[in-house]
Design a protein around this ligand. Structure first.
Ligand code: F6P
Length: 553
């Protein structure tokens, strides 16, 4: 056996041993109740907390002991997490199946440094684009950039989908407090025409700017919407090519396709193949965010991202917030068989954060093979979902409290309200603390009986508790705070992916549906009855659709 094969064998054996140790450990402590864990350690709530970059994480209400953490960290070490983090920051091609570097961390690194890809320092490109975005944003915001008829731009519509939409929408909503309220921002993503029609119906094309955001500039939904938006604009302003130039800009990696569409490449904001779509909200894909909140606030957001990046890169695992959160997610996913994670922001401005996280987490870690192509022998990517509190409390929390499934929760809250009206904020925070307490400690039979509850009703009113949660507490939802929060989850997802030994940066699974849709489109539209070669269900659905539209008997 060669030396490297020998090392690999040893590493695999160590990983397996760490994994087995966790299985055994879970058998010992898996049923321990949080009530017991807290009763045995008066300081647990203070001890099992960590703080960095202005983010306070209380992870004490998890079904863990100090030994659990030790074993999880050992697993992370055996999986080479530190090396993988360094490899990402160095620009190694860790997105193996696409042979690409994964360098969203470069998007927020300060200028003057150096991260080299293919012999080129990408930081100079990043800052050149940021400067170009800032100049453009200033011009639009101060009215220097005018529409074709000389009117000021008052409406901005971002057309994109997936990572070219979810980040911009989430960030716009999250940072609305800081946005220019004299401007209207809308986001069109769905190929369902209703999205575009509703977004444009009350707008004046002379005052409207479209940002066509697409890494590839080939995505069906985005290009269809962009073409129809161009038609809408030309109907309003005439088909002068100059009109397109004043009302359409692009964010893409594909200059050729941008030019083909009729957008002046001088008005294209570039990003690079080493930025994954779901990791791109801080690249030029964030142009709508910058237009809304201004360049200074955008840079503050990038600084927030960078602070969390540095924490992730340098902090020991025991105090490393993304590492701790990632390992806890693995703990429940693989050792308790829990299948989902609920993300529950107690901040109305974060209403789109769970939707944003769904792409970040599930497109990244929804994988069934390891980097070497072998099938995984364990569960990967949990399902992330959630809604802002307190709305969720009056809807799905019942299942988390008393259902039969174990659903770890991430609560997110801020000490300062952006809109400090009356007693709302104390009530909001009281609710988030109360929910975590209720989930963790529940209500015992004795407590229910002591309230004089009739015996038949007692079982219905018992809350078993022992439902784990993290509490993420920050000062105030600022642009920097948002950057820190997003980076916290990006690196949490990365940590999970390293443990599972998967490629968190490709998304081959979404391709098949796209290819099949391209095949079906002409079958739906053809005047003559098409020869169908799908399964009998798909064939029947296509025929039924054509019949319903009167296209065939
Ligand atoms: O749905 C797959 C996907 O490739 C996402 O990863 C990406 O964010 C989205 O499509 C949009 O792609 P593009 O920016 O190239 O239009």
């Amino acid at each position: 056996m060669t030396a490297s094969a020998e090392t690999l064998k040893k590493e695999t054996a160590a990983k397996n041993a760490a994994w087995q140790a966790l299985i055994q450990h879970q058998k010992q402590i898996g049923t321990l109740h949080l009530r017991t864990l807290f009763a045995e350690d008066a300081k647990r709530g203070e001890r099992m907390a960590a703080q960095a970059a202005g983010v306070f994480l209380d992870y004490s209400k998890n079904r863990i002991t100090d030994e659990t953490l030790r074993l999880l960290i050992d697993l992370a070490q055996q999986c080479g997490l530190k090396d993988r983090i360094d490899a990402m920051f160095r620009g190694d091609r860790i997105n193996a199946t696409e042979n690409r570097s994964v360098l969203h961390v470069a998007l927020r690194a300060p200028g003057g440094g150096s991260i080299v890809v293919d012999g080129h320092n990408v930081l100079s490109d990043v800052h050149a684009v940021l400067d170009k975005m800032a100049r453009f944003a200033e011009h639009v915001r101060n009215g220097e950039w005018q529409g074709h008829t000389g009117k000021r731009i008052r409406n901005v519509i971002n057309i994109g989908i997936g990572g070219s939409d979810l980040g911009p929408v989430m960030a716009y909503e999250a940072l609305k407090f800081y946005s220019d309220r004299s401007m209207t921002f809308r986001f069109v993503s769905n190929v369902d025409a209703t999205d575009l029609v509703e977004a444009t119906r009350d707008l004046d094309p002379a005052e409207t700017l479209f940002i066509v955001s697409s890494k590839t500039f080939t995505t069906l939904e985005t290009m269809t919407n962009a073409r129809d938006a161009r038609e809408w604009m030309q109907l309003g302003l005439g088909s002068d090519a100059k009109a397109v130039a004043r009302h359409f800009v692009a964010v893409s990696t594909n200059a050729e396709k941008v030019a083909e569409f009729g957008i002046d490449t001088a008005n294209m904001f570039e990003f690079w193949d080493w930025v994954g779509g779901r990791y791109s909200m801080d690249s030029a894909i964030g142009l709508s965010t910058m237009l809304a909140i201004g360049p200074e606030n955008f840079r503050a957001m990038l600084d927030g991202f960078h602070e969390m990046d540095e924490h992730f890169r340098t902090a020991p695992f025991e105090r490393n917030l993304p590492v701790l959160m990632g390992l806890l997610a693995v703990w429940y996913n693989d050792f308790f068989g829990s299948e989902t994670v609920a993300v529950l922001p107690y901040e109305q401005y974060l209403k789109r954060f769970p939707a944003y996280l769904q792409q970040l987490t599930m497109e990244s870690n929804g994988k069934h093979v390891k980097l070497d192509g072998a099938r995984v022998e364990y569960a990967t990517g949990p399902i992330y979902w959630g809604e802002p509190g307190t709305n969720g409390q009056h809807s799905f929390y019942q299942l988390i409290h008393q259902g039969t499934r174990l659903i770890p929760c991430d609560f997110i809250a801020f000490a300062d309200a952006l809109n400090p009206v009356g007693r709302h904020h104390d009530m909001l925070l009281a609710n988030v603390f109360a929910q975590a307490e209720a989930l963790g400690f529940g209500k015992t039979r004795e407590q229910v009986e002591a309230e004089g509850t009739p015996e038949w009703l007692v079982p219905h009113r018992i809350c078993e508790g022992n439902r784990p949660s993290n509490m993420i507490l920050m000062d105030r939802l600022t642009p920097a705070a948002l950057g820190k929060l997003v980076a916290l989850y990006e690196h949490n997802v990365f940590t999970q992916g390293v443990i599972w030994h998967i490629d968190s940066f490709d998304q081959w699974g979404v391709e098949l549906g796209k290819v099949l849709a391209q095949r079906i489109i002409p079958e739906l539209q053809s005047k003559d009855e098409p020869r169908l070669h799908h399964d009998s269900s798909t064939n029947n659905l296509i025929r039924r659709y054509r019949q319903m539209k009167g296209m065939q008997p």
